[in-house]
Write a protein that binds this ligand. Structure first.
Ligand SMILES: Nc1ncnc2c1ncn2[C@@H]1O[C@H](COP(=O)(O)OP(=O)(O)O)[C@@H](O)[C@H]1O
Ligand SMILES: [Mg+2]
Length: 581
């Protein structure tokens, strides 16, 4: 995306607020003009007073000083009020817009981004855009308006005064910011990219602190952060000295502009074309008018950083969702028979298929197990059922309808899932359970906790269901997290259960017990049970053995044992382990 396109899209996002923009530009110009009026009338009074006029001659100008003095404050206040109010409105719209755009991208399209990078985009980039309105859009218009009015005002006394003032105004308002932008480009890019890198590195560092400490990797990471910090400091120093130069140049041009009006006025006063007192006032009017140019270098700098931030946001938002809802979705069928027919799937066009010609039948109320070694494609199958990724070859049907004809959210409403790496939200135990069934009462929660073998643990918790599980449930063991996720799945009244290795982190005894109750509790519901642990499979209606993305064999437990294939070998291996333990 080019800067121009990004700029246009940003403009379109603030377009609904154009009245506010206009108001803040007018108020901004009025503020500058009040300063000009204040200095002009002030200078006039002083110059006039030196000539000892009757006091009545000063009266109008004194009123003018009062007026401009008060108006300046009032205008500035109004301008700040409007522009900040608008900024916060724009920001909240941006956040909502960004989050809404992000949702359909999860999880397939977001896995490319490091979580620190994602966080930086959501927080820092959007906050950068906060400047777009106040510091980028308005100042050039304020400057233009002021320049037109003041050039006209000065030219009304003598054209050359207006012209001279304008030349130095253009130098201060256009030449200086452009020059500075060209000089700052490199440092600015370094700053943005290093800041993003530092952000990502810090998030990695904090999240992975325990592993980093265990492998003595922390020092390396600290050094990386330190190096990035030094580079950022260097770039900031370069930017700061450039900013200093910018300000110095602007002040220089203001002074020169004032000097030009002063010198050009001398012959006019001598010739009697301009009154001496007026001349003094005009010199100060000229000087104070340059105030309108002072915000422009900042505007140019912010424009650049805003465009960079906007491009990063748009790039993310524009990513095609992996699964696009159909334009004319079919109604969700009442039946829950699930069929997978000759499904072939690759994560990327140039990768080998993660699933190849996989077929599977899960009639309503039946139980099918998918077993196979790690990397066989079991979780991939579940991700496809949940519509996290799109498939092109083969079909998946629910109640006879291809999933591609249905709304992804509606498809998901038929499933209760235990993902292989379940996410526990920061919050209390109750909150984590109720997200699956908001109306469940304690009796129901108790029953489920009993079923997943967490009842004993629950009784040890000081505040029971209201115990805070800490940030992302990190205080829980792997097995506890998994059983909690299982409890959530049981609470959710969905006809089909998808269980991705729900017992992987459990000891053999707990596992056996859990499997028994699980089979008992889920009676009547369809269950797709994914596992590489061959426990409890006697009760399955069918077992599908996946190997490297393909169905290697299928049948009931007894069939497969009798066949002496892969399943038999896995079974023997696991039993041997059990015996040895
Ligand atoms: N999000 C992903 N992006 C790209 N490749 C993936 C992704 N998830 C899994 N894979 C690949 O697909 C294959 C099957 O993985 P997976 O379905 O997780 O196996 P299993 O659950 O049976 O252990 C593996 O080769 C794995 O590297
Ligand atoms: Mg898996």
């Amino acid at each position: 995306m080019t800067n121009g396109q990004a700029f246009h899209r940003l403009l379109r996002m603030v377009a609904p607020f154009w009245k506010m923009v206009l108001a803040s530009v007018l108020l901004g110009a009025a503020t500058v003009l009040s300063s000009v009026g204040l200095l002009g009338t002030g200078a006039w009074i002083i110059a006039k007073a030196a000539l000892h006029p009757p006091i009545g001659d000063l009266n109008v100008a004194i009123v003018g000083v009062r007026f401009f003095g008060i108006a300046r404050g009032a205008f500035r206040y109004g301008e700040r009020l409007i522009s900040h109010d608008t900024t916060f409105r724009v920001l909240s719209r941006l956040r909502v817009w960004f989050y809404a755009a992000l949702e359909p991208l999860a999880p397939a399209r977001l896995q490319r981004y490091r979580s620190g990078d994602l966080l930086a985009r959501i927080i820092a980039d959007i906050r950068t855009l906060e400047n777009f309105f106040v510091r980028v859009l308005a100042p050039p218009w304020v400057a233009t308006l002021t320049a037109v009015l003041l050039t006209g005002f000065l030219a009304a006394f003598a054209p050359r005064l207006g012209l001279a003032w304008l030349v130095f105004f253009l130098l201060a308002a256009v030449a200086v910011p452009v020059w500075a932008r060209l000089r700052a480009r490199r440092a600015g890019q370094v700053l943005v990219s290093r800041r993003a890198a530092l952000n990502a590195a810090l998030v990695d560092h904090v999240q992975g602190l325990a592993d980093a400490l265990a492998y003595n990797y922390a020092t390396t990471q600290r050094r990386l952060a330190l190096r990035l910090g030094e580079e950022i400091l260097g770039a900031q120093a370069a930017m700061a000295s450039l900013e200093g130069a910018e300000q110095a140049l602007q002040i220089l041009f203001s002074g020169l502009g004032m000097l030009a009006v002063l010198l050009l006025g001398v012959p006019l006063v001598r010739a009697g074309a301009l009154g001496g007192v007026t001349w003094v006032a005009l010199v100060l009017v000229a000087l104070s008018g340059y105030e309108a140019a002072f915000g422009l270098p900042t505007a140019a700098a912010f424009l650049e950083s805003n465009l960079a931030a906007a491009r990063r946001l748009f790039e993310l938002v524009d990513a095609e969702p992996a699964v696009k809802p159909p334009a004319h979705p079919a109604a969700l069928p009442a039946a829950n028979d699930l069929r997978v027919e000759a499904l072939t799937f690759r994560y990327a066009p140039d990768e080998p298929p993660a699933l190849r010609q996989v077929s599977l039948d899960l009639p309503e109320g039946k139980r099918v197990a998918v077993v196979g070694p790690s990397g066989a494609g079991k979780s991939t199958l579940i991700a496809l059922l949940l519509r996290f990724w799109e498939y092109d070859e083969g079909r998946i049907t629910l109640g006879g309808r291809d999933l591609r004809e249905l709304l992804p959210d509606e498809v998901r409403s038929r499933f209760a899932v235990v993902r292989q790496k379940p996410f526990i939200f920061s919050g209390t135990l109750r909150e984590n359970l109720l997200l699956a069934a908001p109306d469940a009462d304690d009796a129901r929660l108790d029953a489920v906790m009993e079923a997943v073998r967490l009842a004993d643990w629950l009784h040890t918790l000081p505040q029971g269901y209201d115990t805070d599980l800490g940030g992302q449930g990190l205080q829980l063991s792997g097995g506890q997290r998994q059983r909690l996720a299982l409890a959530r799945a049981l609470l959710r009244d969905a006809p089909i259960l998808l269980l991705d290795e729900p017992t992987a982190n459990l000891d053999a005894l707990t596992e056996q017990a859990l499997v028994d109750t699980l089979l008992e509790t889920t009676r009547g519901r369809s269950v797709l049970w994914v596992t590489h642990n061959l426990v409890g499979l006697e009760a399955m209606d069918e077992i599908v053995v996946l190997y490297k993305g393909e169905v290697a064999e299928r049948g009931t437990h007894t069939d497969l044992l009798a066949r002496g294939g892969l399943y038999r070998r896995l079974w023997d291996l696991q039993r041997q382990n059990l015996v040895e333990v």
